[in-house]
Write a protein that binds this ligand. Structure first.
Ligand code: GRF
Length: 201
């Protein structure tokens, strides 16, 4: 059973899609343990509260050092018996100690076909602008394992969308987001069922 902590910084539409899939019984071997955001007014926390899930504002700024922040984060994850971290629009780099503690058990979604259009600074509209500017004919979304480098770990699942000549970064973003809402729950289901290799849970 996956006991998931979702980390996000913003709107939370991917979290919403994952939650719906879990509530509809589509991911029988996964539960959401809690939601954590570095941003106190993130939509993702509101969604969690609306579903009576533990929702926590936790930011490094609340601590004197990164070490204290990581200690606190690890303690909270332990209290909720978390064995998998799902990043859903999380805009911070995860501290190396968290990556090490949950190696192979941290998932992220990126709104492009990695390894292209990833890395530091490639987020939000920057991704779709770069894709359109390069004249790509297809884009898509990628679910991957998180390691110490941005958008770098093993790819778990990818799906494509066609780019039409009249697509703008905005219309492409909307297309890719719709795709993400299908892809992320599916990737989590596959991961929870062991179809995608992961460390013992
Ligand atoms: C998504 O496009 C995701 O690919 C990226 O951040 C965005 C988060 O959107 N990592 P939301 O908060 O899930 O609505």
């Amino acid at each position: 059973m996956l006991r998931i902590a979702v980390l996000g910084s913003g709107r939370g539409s991917n979290f919403d899609a994952i939650l719906k899939a879990i509530r509809q019984g589509e991911i029988p071997s996964a539960r959401i343990g809690l939601v954590i955001s570095n941003n106190s007014n993130a939509g993702i926390l509101e969604i969690a509260r609306a579903h009576s899930l533990p929702a926590l504002h936790l930011s490094q700024r609340q601590f004197a050092s990164e070490d204290e922040y990581v200690d606190s984060l690890l303690a909270v994850l332990g209290q909720h018996d978390v064995n998998c971290i799902v990043l859903a629009g999380y805009m911070k780099r995860l501290p190396a100690r968290i990556v090490a503690a949950f190696r192979g058990r941290i998932l992220n979604i990126h709104p492009a076909l990695l390894p292209k259009y990833g890395g530091q600074g490639m987020y939000g509209h920057f991704v779709h602008e770069a894709v359109i500017q390069s004249g790509e004919k297809i884009s898509g979304a990628t679910v991957h394992i998180v390691d110490e480098e941005y958008d770098h770990g093993a790819i778990l699942l990818q799906r494509t969308v066609e780019i039409s000549p009249d697509d703008t970064p905005e219309t492409l973003a909307a297309k890719v987001l719709r795709l993400e809402h299908e892809l992320y729950p599916e990737a989590i289901r596959l991961f929870s069922e062991g179809h995608i290799p992961h460390h013992d849970l």
